[in-house]
Design a protein around this ligand. Structure first.
Ligand code: ATP
Ligand code: MG
Length: 416
């Protein structure tokens, strides 16, 4: 018979087990805990949308729309796109599901996203984000709340050391337009030193040059005018209120007056939490205010602000994370009828104690296996039911984790 070839995994996708899966789960669990502390409601939105949801809101000239989207025609002839980010889909849902009734709406979600990028460490074609948004709030306090939330999350994950909040304002429309003009003048004067991509950006979307990762653009970007000279009084006042909020909560930040975000829809606040611990993939969390987005999708004028962070990148930064819960291995001692270990394990679990049984092997083999798997406690069960239907247990053997507390809890359950 011809050998059957196993299909390769798709480039830029990952399979996770062990460490990487535990890191992933810990990021999500911590996010779930913290978002509840801040009163963000959990939402779910589809993994794919009409292509227009992303192309219109992100902007046709953004990298994501122009070269990173997984778009395809479905069997009905509709152009669909696997979501490259959360915000546009959430904004679409806000309009089509009538979520305006909840405004100001604080929501959070997590899940997979898809971008056709060059895969490398910390950069994948299917990756995952946690995401938090406040929709329908124009107040700078909303921006501050989101940043304080992000800051606390990083602290709870134990990775705030070496991760810096860099903050900027893109101002209101007037500030942004004036700054844009100054940037165009600057880049026009340095055309010869710009990368081809940035020359295209200069035609279509000059502010995006500031976001370029091409080393050839770095010098010209470093000399570019920053936004400060062009900020209107209102824009400046808004920014001050955001930073006052951060100060009140003791959140540290630094200013990056040339920070722009990769997408078209940002206004006022823009921020990134950056680190040098991940090589070239230095941004772990990014976001800002996107007051114009919902209108570009045909909704009412709606101020909003949000952020997203890569779960894999956060996971890579973790220095400690819980793996499995401490568990009891239930082992038959001698000729025990096997279902009895299932029965006992089940009883322990119903009292919230993690218990495992093996499916095969003699007592010795099972001890070896349980020890190798990291059991906190080995529970040996003999075939000696007494009249009250309780089980005798020969001994509780303490393994490497001296967990007397767990042993006591097991004893209580077995003797009750
Ligand atoms: P980058 O500058 O690294 O390309 P970005 O600005 O495109 O990031 P956002 O769209 O702001 O990223 O997404 C927010 C976060 O999602 C990033 O800070 C990062 O942690 C994560 N992220 C983005 N793209 C990827 C990817 N291809 N693989 C893994 N994580 C990613
Ligand atoms: Mg990117």
């Amino acid at each position: 018979m011809a050998k059957i070839e196993t299909p390769r995994p798709v480039r830029g996708t990952q399979d996770m087990i062990g460490d990487s899966a535990d890191r992933f789960a810990h990021v999500v669990e911590t996010f779930e805990k913290v978002r509840k502390l801040y009163g963000f409601r959990r939402i779910e939105v589809p993994v794919f949308e009409q292509t227009a949801v992303f192309s219109r809101s992100l902007g046709e000239t953004t990298d994501v729309v122009s070269k990173e989207m997984y778009s395809f025609e479905d069997r009905g002839g509709d152009s669909l796109t696997l979501r490259p980010e959360f915000t546009a889909g959430i904004a679409r849902a806000y309009i089509t599901e009538g979520w305006q009734q909840y405004a100001p709406l604080k929501v959070a979600t997590h899940g997979p996203l898809f971008r056709y990028e060059r895969p490398q460490k910390g950069r994948y074609r299917q990756f995952h984000q946690i995401d938090a948004e406040i929709i329908g709030a124009a107040e700078p306090l909303a921006d501050a709340e989101l940043l304080i939330f992000a800051d606390q999350l990083l602290k709870e994950l134990g990775i705030s050391e070496g991760v810096t909040l860099t903050l900027n304002t893109l101002g209101d429309a007037a500030s942004r337009d004036a700054w844009r003009e100054a940037l165009v003048a600057h880049f026009e004067g340095h055309k010869a030193s710009l990368s081809e991509d940035s020359l295209t950006r200069l035609e279509k979307n000059p502010m995006r040059i500031l976001d370029s990762k091409d080393p050839r653009d770095q010098a010209v970007v470093a000399d570019a005018p920053d936004i400060d000279a062009y900020l209107t009084e209102e824009a400046q006042a808004f920014f001050e209120k955001v930073t006052d909020g951060l100060k009140a909560a003791g959140v540290a930040w630094t200013r990056n007056a040339r920070l722009v975000r990769g997408l078209d829809y940002y206004r006022h606040t823009a921020f990134e939490f950056v680190t040098d611990r991940l090589g070239a993939q230095g941004t772990v969390l990014g976001g800002g205010r996107y007051d114009g987005l919902i209108e570009t999708l045909g909704g009412p004028a709606t101020p909003a602000v949000g952020w997203a962070a890569g779960i894999e990148r956060l996971g890579m930064l973790l220095t400690s994370f819980p793996s499995e819960q401490d568990f009891v291995a239930v082992i038959p001692d001698g000729n025990l009828i096997e279902y009895k270990i299932v029965q006992i394990a089940n009883r322990l679990r119903s009292f919230g104690i993690a218990a495992r049984v093996d499916f095969r092997g003699n007592t010795k083999r099972r001890i070896e296996k349980a020890t190798k798997d990291g059991a906190a406690l080995l529970l040996f069960v003999r075939d000696e039911d007494d009249e009250r239907g309780t089980y005798n247990f020969k001994s509780l053997v303490r393994d490497r984790l001296p967990d007397q507390d767990l042993a006591d809890r097991v004893r209580v359950v077995l003797e009750s």
